[in-house]
Write a protein that binds this ligand. Structure first.
Ligand code: GN1
Ligand code: MG
Length: 729
């Protein structure tokens, strides 16, 4: 393909693109055939080495398709998804997630934290900060860049050995430490001036060291993070070969003002400025293209601003086929109109349609959610909403309303999954009884309670659309949840919270509750349904899981033990939660004390051991629930003990001997049961659990089976721990 009559650095040129590469560049000629662009400007596609997300998605979601699409439509053709200061597992999950994207290309990752300074953490979560850990870092695939504070222990060795481009940032380091870090190999400053000491004439700090050693500097030139004159100052000090424009964009980029989650914390975006609740400025809401244009407004010559957003960052991370218009380079091109707006984007020789379908869909969704929420007693004006990607069943949104006094009040709006819950109205009746029962008890403990709003017209605690879809609205409790948690105190806290929950419901009349899902934790029934599904094999997937089927068969008797004991009257039924993943515990943002338990859909008569077991399989595993690499999955006995101490500590008085004896078996049972449920869903076409990719249910099942196998090996130890905990009380 020949792109004719493009203005390339002031020269009217014809550019030939073949197999995704630029294969020829020649002065424009009438002789060649191709589409004429009538003198429009062409520049290389932009390369963003520091972006957390956009369009409602964050790198930490480990779901790159939407980010990649949105970036592509906005002129960024390749990027380093940038992780936040989080726990190792969450970061690793990002680096091993599918990178099957159709827009902007992923060139590797930039890890921003946890090796940073508490004092300059900015919008990063202080809880996960730690000293550089070479071994940990090296086990993360494809890290191209890492931001560290060089004053931390082991930094110099880390800089020498880590094998990625080291950028100094979120640091309190002085000049000398930075010089030493640069001599050790550090090549860049991260968002220069932001989250580091400024320049003092006798104490020049990181920026002085960067000038002295002429290293690269990243700058957020959105006009908010740096004063325009400081952008110009950096340009004059470092020039286009050393200064790199970054967006540092976060998930709210491309969306409206509102409250968003960023690295596990809420961020409020007002007039496009993102701040943490403490007022610290957080990532930007501008794309790299916008930042580049703003740098031009501030006085940087256009050609240099382009270099700073293309070739300079590409070269810094060794992507020398990117960020340039040269024969042999990748055909990543932007074609601009006279006002320097984006007209066309090409990535790897393919034009990206500049449609804004995603954004249109977002706005339509917002309208629908607004109309539903208005059926309930809500106050204020809707300023934003966010999908909460937690939970495998219902669809959950946080809705933010600006109040008359200009504070923001948030609600949680949920669509109940009618495939899973056949009678949502009964669920809401259960929830009404349970929350009413709990409210006074929580008030006494000074803890926030879940409250379900009623509709204006019918006065119900749910709203049913004409097609039968059921929605509910509840109060938003400002808090954090954990998908994985290494902190034993927090786990103990989660155990206490679930134990307390069971206590609080011990005087509740179980016979009043509807059974929302019959035989929910009847493991024997679950196995029977699974074997039927294997027999029917409606999707032709049974052959693939022969090994898994064999394992389930081998352990079927053991997994049915609790159900048999229950049927024989040897175990008591209690009112249990039945879905005790520890991300159903809300924790205080600052103290990490448990606040309340959510997700009450499955509160039904059940076994204490199942609540114990479900929490343990989720929280005491060394990996997340859907870890694809089963060799990473095991039971962490320290975490197990911590949860047991919290949970059993709260309910020990009520437990019978049989319950104590089968507590550990509860964990094994529920882990096998869940594996079987995932497998059944896989065999029957993935209708029950939400999945993020083809084969997700199989990955989940294999992960749970790996965990079950490890539990079987550790069964005696698990039992001893429970015994010791009970004896210690
Ligand atoms: C479902 O919706 P969520 O994610 O809290 C499921 C649980 C499973 C869990 C596995 C009603 O819970 O039973 O253990 O996924 N809930 C229902 O992640 O089936
Ligand atoms: Mg649930």
């Amino acid at each position: 393909m020949i792109l004719k009559n493009l203005n390339l650095n002031g020269v009217l040129s014809d550019i030939t693109v073949e197999n995704g590469k630029i294969t020829a560049i020649a002065p424009a000629s009438d002789a060649t055939e191709g589409h004429s662009y009538d003198g429009m400007t062409v520049i290389p596609g932009l390369v963003d080495i520091h972006t957390h997300g956009c369009a409602g998605y964050d790198t930490m979601d480990a779901h790159f398709e939407e980010i990649s699409d949105y970036l592509a439509q906005n002129g960024t053709t390749s990027f380093l998804p940038t992780t936040m200061t989080m726990d190792y597992e969450s970061i690793r999950r990002v680096t091993v997630a599918s990178r099957d994207v159709s827009g902007a290309q992923i060139l590797g990752f930039h890890m921003e934290g946890p090796y940073i300074a508490e004092k300059y953490k900015g919008a990063q979560n202080g809880k996960f900060i730690k000293a550089p850990d070479l071994e940990e870092f090296r086990s993360l695939p494809d890290m191209k860049m890492v931001t560290i504070a060089p004053e931390l222990e082991h930094s110099m060795e880390f800089i020498k050995e880590c094998g990625a481009v080291v950028s100094l940032g979120h640091t309190a380091a002085d000049y000398d430490t930075c010089i030493q870090a640069i001599d050790a190999g550090a090549q860049c400053l991260t968002h220069t001036f932001n989250a580091m000491p400024g320049i003092h004439h006798r104490n020049p700090g990181p920026i002085g060291a960067a000038v002295q050693k002429n290293i690269h500097v990243q700058a957020i030139t959105d006009g908010l993070h740096l004063h325009p004159s400081v952008v110009l100052m950096l340009y004059k000090m470092f020039g286009p070969e050393r200064m790199v424009i970054i967006s540092d964009s976060m998930r709210a980029t491309g969306l409206c003002d509102g409250i968003y989650e960023f690295g596990g914390q809420p961020i409020e975006v007002k007039n496009s400025v993102a701040r943490t609740m403490d007022g610290a400025i957080a990532g930007s809401t501008s794309t790299l293209f916008t930042c580049m244009k703003r740098a031009v407004e501030f006085g940087v010559p256009f050609a240099d601003a382009v270099t700073m957003a293309t070739r300079t960052p590409a070269d810094l991370i060794g992507a020398t086929n990117k960020g340039r218009i040269e024969v042999g380079a990748d055909a990543d091109l932007l074609i601009l109109d006279e006002a320097m707006n984006l007209a066309h984007v090409m990535i790897g020789g393919q034009f990206i349609c500049p449609n804004n379908e995603k954004h249109k869909r977002y706005m339509e969704e917002k309208e629908l959610l607004r109309s539903i929420a208005e059926k309930f007693h809500v106050t204020g004006e809707l300023i934003g909403h966010e999908i909460i990607n937690q939970g495998n069943i219902n669809a959950t949104y946080r809705m933010d309303y600006r109040q008359e006094d200009s504070t923001v009040k948030s609600y949680i709006l949920q669509r109940i999954n009618s495939y899973v819950f056949k009678n949502p109205v009964q669920i809401m009746e259960n929830i009404d009884m349970v929350t009413t029962h709990l409210r006074n008890k929580l008030r006494l403990l000074n803890k926030p309670a879940l409250h379900f709003y009623h509709t204006v017209a019918e006065g119900n605690n749910y709203y049913m659309q004409d097609d039968g879809t059921v929605w509910r609205l509840m109060n938003f409790i400002n808090s954090v949840t954990f998908d994985s948690c290494d902190d034993l105190d927090t786990l103990r806290g989660a155990g206490e919270a679930f134990g307390e929950f069971q206590n609080q419901l011990s005087d509740f009349d179980a016979s009043k509750l509807f059974t929302t899902i019959p035989d929910f934790h009847n493991t024997a029934k679950r196995l029977a349904v699974f074997f039927d599904a294997v027999e029917a094999d409606e999707c032709g997937r049974a052959a693939e899981i022969a090994e898994e089927i064999a394992f389930v068969k081998e352990n079927a008797k053991l997994a049915s033990t609790l159900q048999e004991m229950l049927d024989a009257g040897k175990l008591p039924l209690r009112v249990t939660h039945n879905d005790t993943k520890t991300n159903n515990v809300l924790f205080d943002r600052n103290t990490f004390a448990p606040l309340t338990i959510i997700d009450l859909d499955t509160v039904m008569p059940g076994l204490a051991m199942h609540d114990f077991g479900d929490a343990v399989r989720f929280a005491a595993s060394t990996a997340v629930e859907d870890e694809p690499d089963c060799s990473k999955v095991a039971l962490d006995l320290d975490k197990y003990r911590a949860f047991a101490q919290g949970f059993i500590g709260k309910i020990a008085d009520a437990l019978t001997d049989a319950e104590v004896e089968t507590m550990a078996l509860g964990a094994i049972t529920i882990t096998i049961e869940l594996a079987v449920r995932f497998l059944t869903d896989y065999l029957t076409g993935d209708k029950y659990f939400k999945t993020n990719y083809a084969g997700h249910n199989l990955v989940r099942a294999r992960c749970q089976l790996a965990l079950a196998k490890d539990m079987l090996k550790k069964r005696a130890e698990m039992e001893n721990i429970v015994k010791a905990v009970v004896e210690g009380i």
